[in-house]
Structures are given as C-alpha cells and as structure tokens.
Design a protein around this ligand. Structure first.
Ligand SMILES: Cc1cc2nc3c(=O)[nH]c(=O)nc-3n(C[C@H](O)[C@H](O)[C@H](O)COP(=O)(O)O)c2cc1C
Length: 331
C-alpha cells in the first residue's frame, strides 16, 4: 500500500500529511494556521484584508505556536503597493512557502524565488497550471468550481481539471475545491494530484475564527446551499446562500462594475464570517459544506481524513482486483 506520508507534497514542504489549509481571507489567522501545521498539514497565514503590520505579527505568532512548517497566501488582485509590501513581509519571515492566487503571478514570482522561498501558485485551468510551473512554481494548486471563495470563469469541475492539470505539470500538484474528507483525498490522489488543499473544512475547525452562529449554519447546510455571485463582472465567488447573496444576484444584470465592487465589499464578509449574520452577511464557502457534519480540532480533522483515505483507497483497490478475478495479496 502506498505510504501517503511519502507524497511529493510532504517531501517538498517537510510536512507529515499531504493536506494544505487554503489561504482564506478573514479566516486564515495564526491560530488556525498553527493548529493545521501542528496537526501534520500545512497551515497558511492569509494576508487578505490584513495590513502589513498585522500580517507580520500573525506570521510571527503562527511560527511561535508550532515548530512545524507554515506557509502564507497573498491574493494578487489589485493594490500593487500592498501586495509588494506583503511579499516583503513574507520573504523576511521564517515561513516555508509563499502561495499566491487571484491574479497574474508572473510579476511576483522572482521576488519569492530570489529570496530562496518555495513558491506555490493557485490555478484554475490546465493552461494556467502549465504556465505556473514555467514561471517557477515549486507546487501548483488546481482549484475547481466547487471551491469556496473566488471562482474562475472557466468553471471547471475537479474531476476533469485535476487529471488535465496533472498531465501538464511535473512539480507536486495539489487539488482544491470540494475536498473535505478522506473520500475526497482518496479521489484527488486517484485523479493524479499529490495532495489536497481545503478551505471550507478548516472554516469548521475549532481553531477557526468563524463566528459560532455561522459555523452552525454551515454544519446544517447541504451541497446545494451555496451560490456563485459576481460572475457576470468577472468577480465570481462561491458563498453560502443568504438574503444578501440573493440580493447581489438580483442586482447583477443592471449593476455597474463600481456598484458590484461595493456589493461584494469585505464589509459583507465581515458580517457573515465574524459577526454571525448569515442573513445580511456573506460567507464564502464551497459546495463541500454539505458533506461536513461537525466542528472538530484541526488535528482531528486531519487524522480522520488520513484514516478514511486509507480505507477508501484499499476498498477501491479490492474492487478493482475483484473485477479482475485476481486474489487479494493476503488472500
Ligand atoms: C472564506 C474563504 C476565503 C478564501 N480566501 C482566499 C484567499 O484569500 N486567497 C486564495 O488564494 N484563496 C482563497 N480562498 C480559496 C481557498 O484557499 C481554497 O482554495 C478553497 O477554499 C478550496 O475549496 P473548498 O472551500 O471547497 O475547500 C478562500 C476560500 C474561502 C472559503
């Protein structure tokens, strides 16, 4: 049986299990990141909506709380001065890997590579994955349409994106979007990924800063309880269905870009994520929310996933052998 702890992702990052916490604006703080890292995955401090002093402090606190590797995620949309300052903070710190997504990575790659840090790039198509590797990525994340947060207008599902991306990259490939349990990890590995990145599952870790009321609403949600807003203006993001999100959807056909930016502003996310207002707020989360039934410590989430994945992979191997008529090795 393959030893999952020997995944290329584990060897590259020096982590025990091939499970990354996705960068999450307003969620990926030092407490969550260090808990994921201490549990054997890769915790990721997320720069989104932090000023640089806070980002520096959060990284330091995460590194203080665990002796395991920690990464950072920097959203590379607009605001070039802020992005550059975040890269400077990250490079100057003791973190292992800088992940980036949500924009053109090319201008930022040399900063990371020249500083001798590992570089991870979040992509949404096989072409982007190939370009990320060509730009120097040590690890490529392939994120599909099931994912929480920003969605790509290519709308590729994981079951097609992951194998297609695996055909285009030779560096470790991490699948993201809809992976919340051991079945997901097993599936991602079979599709050609070397590990998974999870956002939504870790929103429901005990150490996450998501408000208690919001977490309860998420646990009660099904797989059809998310929706994509903003796609018309190329600002698509998957959120939990709410009155606020439905209002955005109603306004979309008529709204100008400025109005849309306003409708999707971080204030709505703050309400949804930190104030527990799941009616007038917006909560970025993925379709996999419907498969999560509990809030657990991050380390327990990771341990459960590893145990379940081994069971599901063994079951699949047995089924294939049975179909072949070949006896199981220990029969
Ligand atoms: C609340 C939330 C905030 C996110 N913020 C970011 C971000 O700042 N940068 C980024 O690259 N991805 C961000 N993402 C995407 C995650 O890193 C991850 O790839 C995604 O959640 C994976 O899909 P899943 O939610 O189905 O696990 C965010 C996702 C969520 C749910």
């Amino acid at each position: 049986m393959t030893d999952l702890t020997q995944s290329p992702v584990c060897r590259l990052l020096g982590i025990r299990y091939p499970i990354l916490q996705g960068g999450m604006t307003l969620v990926g703080n030092w407490r969550l990141a260090s808990a994921v890292s201490a549990g054997g995955g890769l915790g990721v401090v997320s720069a989104g909506r932090m000023d640089t002093a806070t980002f520096r402090r959060e990284i330091a606190m995460a590194l203080d709380a665990t002796d395991q590797p920690v990464g950072v995620n920097i959203p590379i949309g607009r605001q070039h001065d802020w992005i550059r300052a975040c890269f400077e903070v990250a490079i100057d710190s003791g973190i292992k890997i800088v992940l980036m997504g949500g924009g053109d990575p090319k201008p930022w790659c040399p900063l990371v590579k020249d500083a001798g840090k590992l570089l991870g790039i979040v992509t949404a198509t096989p072409e982007q994955a190939a370009k990320a590797e060509a730009a120097g990525a040590d690890l490529v994340v392939a994120e599909s349409i099931e994912a929480g947060g920003r969605t790509s207008r290519d709308e590729l599902a994981g079951v097609t994106l992951i194998p297609a991306a695996a055909e285009r990259v030779s560096v470790p490939l991490v699948a993201a979007g809809g992976f919340v349990d051991g079945r997901g990890l097993a599936a991602a590995l079979c599709l050609g990924a070397d590990g998974v990145q999870m956002g939504t599952r870790f929103m429901l870790a005990e150490e996450s800063p998501v408000h208690e009321k919001t977490r309860r609403a998420m646990v009660e949600s099904g797989i059809t309880d998310t929706m994509v807003v903003g796609a018309r203006h190329r600002m698509g993001r998957r959120v939990l269905r709410s009155a606020a999100a439905e209002n955005v959807q109603r306004c979309e056909p008529e709204a100008s870009l400025e109005e849309m930016i306003d409708l999707l502003s971080g204030e709505w996310s703050l309400r949804g994520l930190h104030e527990g207002d799941t009616v007038r707020g917006m909560v970025a989360c993925g379709q996999g929310v419907g498969l999560i039934h509990d809030v657990l410590p991050a380390a327990e989430i990771i341990a459960n996933i590893m145990g379940e994945a081994a069971t599901h992979l063994a079951r699949a191997a047995d089924l294939v052998r049975a179909a072949d008529g070949a006896p199981a090795p220990d029969a």
